[in-house]
Design a protein around this ligand. Structure first.
Ligand code: SAM
Ligand code: DTB
Ligand code: SF4
Length: 338
């Protein structure tokens, strides 16, 4: 008689990993991508409604706390020192400047404040400053998120101690496409950092970029990687490549906007309780495509007129769009510490 083995009866980490990897084989994810558009959106909206208020959108504001001069070679990124993009390397922002931006974001209705740094990985002395920023953001009663590159042992614990809620570290694309985009760090490095974040008790924000010349199967490969993380990320940013002159990916064939909507829908179906964020690339999208993304299960946006170095829709235009759609911003749920 055949016996079914459950996940918890599998003993070795490798065997567990293999079993988890079966949860969303790439072929199954690709089948979702290939559904008729209306069927895909209907399914995504059903999953969305089972898990979230369909009218509620999380507003997260981004700030670049250390801009440009990055030693890495990510082919999409305007902040890599080796590309001539017009982005100048700057020093890390002062604590007061960061907290003034966080206060302003809160006044405008953002509940999450995300601080980004153009580092391969943070130095311990840099981390001290970031810890102070995290503490300050938490004192405002906002959720704090940081994206600082790869973490060394002990650094995630320090950020957790300072009160960090989320750490953003993207897989960016499917493993088999990754070497077309980045050569200065590998996929395993990224997975290691995600493990460190999770083990320190910080929530994982992890997604990727589409529109970099990848195939639909490779987009399915990215979503499968994310959905098979154990557990899958709490937040999933889906970026549409913002093409910046001077980067190797400038001039890449843009994806059809409806393919972006499909990617959001597949992320929603495969990661039902994650916050799926329509991240970079909204300015180029128009209202109708964004409305379709909300229907496909996106329930978070970057809010404010700038991402890290590139533009984002004006906050007023976003508020008007939400109102037009009868949607509303998620409220601050945390206590403000005095
Ligand atoms: N340096 C850190 C790192 O790479 O981990 C943190 C900052 S980095 C700018 C954060 C993420 O922004 C990248 O992983 C990538 O997914 C996204 N990103 C950067 N440039 C982009 C672009 N031009 N279009 C879309 N997403 C972009
Ligand atoms: C993410 O996935 N997208 C954000 C955030 N995490 C840090 C960054 C988008 C950057 C877009 C290009 C720029 O503005 O420099
Ligand atoms: Fe550096 Fe991050 Fe840009 Fe890569 S994505 S070049 S690591 S700032």
């Amino acid at each position: 008689m055949s016996q079914t083995i459950t996940f918890h009866e599998v003993s070795t980490p490798a065997a567990r990993k293999a079993m988890v990897a079966q949860r969303w084989p790439v072929d199954k994810v690709l089948e979702l991508f290939n559904l008729p558009f209306n069927d895909l959106l209907f399914r995504a909206q059903q999953v969305h409604r089972e898990n979230f208020d369909p009218q509620e959108i999380e507003l997260a504001t981004l700030l670049s706390i250390k801009t440009g001069g990055c030693p890495e070679d990510c082919g999409y990124c305007p902040q890599a020192a080796r590309y001539d993009t017009g982005v100048k390397a700057q020093k890390m922002l002062e604590l007061e400047t960061v907290l003034a931006a966080a206060r302003k974001a809160k006044e405008h209705g953002a509940t999450r404040f995300c601080m980004g740094a153009a580092w391969r990985s943070p130095k311990d002395r840099d981390l001290e400053h970031v810890e102070a920023m995290v503490r300050g953001v938490k004192e405002l009663g906002m959720e704090a998120c940081a994206t600082l590159g790869m973490l060394e042992d002990g650094q995630a614990e320090r950020l957790k101690e300072a009160g960090l809620d989320y750490y953003n570290h993207n897989l960016d694309t499917a493993p088999e496409f990754y070497n077309n985009i980045i050569h200065t760090r590998d996929y395993e490095n990224r997975l290691d950092t995600l493990d460190k974040v999770r083990n320190a008790g910080i929530k994982v924000c992890c997604g990727g970029i589409v529109g970099m010349g990848e195939s639909r199967r490779q987009r399915a490969g990215l979503i499968a990687q994310l959905a098979n993380l154990d557990p899958y990320p709490d937040s999933v940013p889906i970026n549409n490549l913002v093409q910046v002159e001077g980067t190797p990916l400038h001039g890449a064939e843009p994806i059809d906007p409806l393919e972006f909507v499909r990617t959001v829908a597949v992320a929603r179906i495969t990661m039902p309780t994650a916050r799926v964020r329509m991240s970079a690339g909204r300015r180029e999208m128009g209202e109708s495509v964004q409305a379709l993304c909300f229907l496909a299960g996106a329930n978070s946006i970057f809010y404010g007129d700038k991402l890290l170095t590139t533009g984002n829709p004006d906050a007023d235009a976003d508020s008007a769009l939400l109102e037009k759609l009868g949607m509303h911003a998620k409220h601050v749920t945390q206590e403000v510490k005095c």
